[in-house]
Write a protein that binds this ligand. Structure first.
Ligand code: UD1
Length: 428
């Protein structure tokens, strides 16, 4: 029920500290269900999705204590195996409790994720992987039921390197009997972070970061302490904030190794990017070249930075072509961005971004998390006042977003709006 009001045109300057990665923290929290001992996670971002995942774990029967930067999870009591619709509806990542519950409890009953674009097809890699490990699956009355007496390792060849399916299957396989090999696995840094955590709990896993992951099942896992990796998507978002405002920001804590293709594209456009001990410095300019981008699984260009990058491309001197290969319908922000003065046309999974635009403040609505962040960036670059509505989407994934931007000079404030709550989306 809140919105951002942004007065744009101010070059940002100073330093921003990057938070722990949302897409890692959520899976680490789910993985904590694999043991009966306590786990402690540090550098956890205090964002809405983390609170939702805490509610998911509590609904299952674990105790979760959240304090700044720290989450303590105690799953020692009797656990249920059901995840309610209301929580899964709010956050698709709730489905990552399926693997841990199946491994520890022998069954899981998880509400089918809601949202307009999500259907059974979108979980087919999770399902076929669980079946390979010996589980039985049925979907009825809007719930996914998955059960197995004891999971047994096998070779699982994914049709596509799905991040969520790889994570679910790695977690399930940790307690399976024998060896599981996952081929065409996702290679995302967040998956490597999850594997580090599982290894410190006693799991035997090799190959994380390559497309073949080998898991030798163990009888039980113990508690562990882990520090969540930095959020590469948040880091990229602040780099783009520097670029679109023609400012200069140091992104403390960002790891440039997680952003190689993104950084090479930024340099190709004409943004200055330097690494320093413990972070990335990003220097904007006022004359950008266009470049084409195509999203792909890691290490390709991240789909989560596609919308924010499109804002920068709309300021470039010439046109660019953006190709979205990971998700369907991920150009929902384009009409909103065009309302701010961009000139972008889409056709299927391509967008032609005509450069040379002068963005001007207007009222826009955030259609999802990353698109919402992109509209904030556009507002920071635009002349005059921009109102970004439905910012509940942005609160799901960015810790202290407006405060961090204010600290580097942005004129952005949160005001009550009386708008409807955001509906769920399949992205992020
Ligand atoms: C995760 C990230 C999200 C990121 C995405 C791709 C979290 C919480 N979210 O989402 O921010 O944008 O990776 O990097 O970590 N698919 C199927 N069948 C399946 C599974 C996936 O068809 O069984 C399709 C999806 O519909 C989508 C594509 O594969 O089109 C990628 O999905 P996936 O890699 O699974 O992304 P998520 O884990 O949902």
């Amino acid at each position: 029920m809140q919105k951002f009001e942004i007065t744009g045109g101010i070059p940002l300057a100073g330093s921003v500290r990057v938070s722990g990665a949302k897409n890692s923290a959520l899976k680490l929290m789910a993985a904590s269900l694999l043991t009966t001992e306590k786990t402690i996670l540090y550098n956890v971002p205090l964002i809405q999705d983390v609170y939702t995942m805490a509610d998911v774990l509590r609904a299952i029967g674990a105790s979760v204590i959240i304090s700044p930067g720290r989450v303590e999870i105690d799953p020692s009591g009797d656990l249920s195996y059901t995840t309610p619709y209301e929580l899964v509806r709010r956050m698709r990542a709730s489905i990552t409790v399926m693997g841990p519950l199946l491994a520890r409890q022998g069954r899981a009953r998880v509400a089918m994720p809601g949202g307009c674009n999500i259907g059974p097809r979108k979980l087919d890699f999770h399902f076929s992987g669980f079946e390979k490990l010996g589980a039985r699956i049925n979907v009825e009355h809007g719930f996914i039921n998955v059960a197995a007496n004891r999971l047994t390792g096998d070779v699982i060849s994914l049709d596509y390197p799905s991040v969520g399916a790889t994570e679910n299957l790695v977690m399930a396989a940790c307690l399976a009997e024998g060896r599981t090999v996952i081929e065409s696995a996702a290679r995302e840094p967040e998956l490597i972070d999850l594997v580090k955590f599982l290894t410190s709990m006693g799991a035997r896993i090799s190959g994380a970061g390559t497309d073949t992951i080998v898991i030798d099942g163990v009888d039980e896992l113990g508690g562990a302490t882990h520090t969540v990796m930095p959020d590469r998507i948040e880091a990229g978002t602040y780099m783009l904030a520097a670029a679109v405002t023609g400012g200069e920001l140091e992104i403390d804590g960002a790891d440039p190794r997680h952003l190689e293709i993104f950084i090479s594209k930024m340099r190709a456009i004409g943004v200055g990017v330097d690494e320093y001990e413990g972070g990335i410095r990003c220097r904007g300019g006022d004359d950008y070249r266009g470049t084409d981008i195509a999203t792909l699984p890691y290490p390709g260009f991240p789909t989560d930075l596609q919308a924010p990058m499109t804002v920068l491309l709309s300021l470039a001197r010439v046109h660019s072509i953006v190709t979205e290969n990971v998700f369907e319908n991920r150009f929902s922000f384009v009409d909103e961005l065009n309302r701010l003065g961009a000139d972008i046309r889409t056709s299927g999974h391509h967008a032609v971004v005509h450069g040379n635009c002068r963005l001007e403040g207007a009222i826009v609505e955030a259609p999802d998390l990353r698109a919402g962040a992109a509209l904030v960036l556009a507002g920071l670059a635009a002349s005059g006042v921009t109102e970004v509505r439905r910012i509940g989407h942005i609160d799901r994934g960015y810790e202290n977003f407006e405060q961090k931007l204010q600290l580097v000079g942005a004129d952005i404030r949160r005001v009550e709006a009386g708008e409807p709550a955001p509906s769920p989306t399949p992205f992020n």
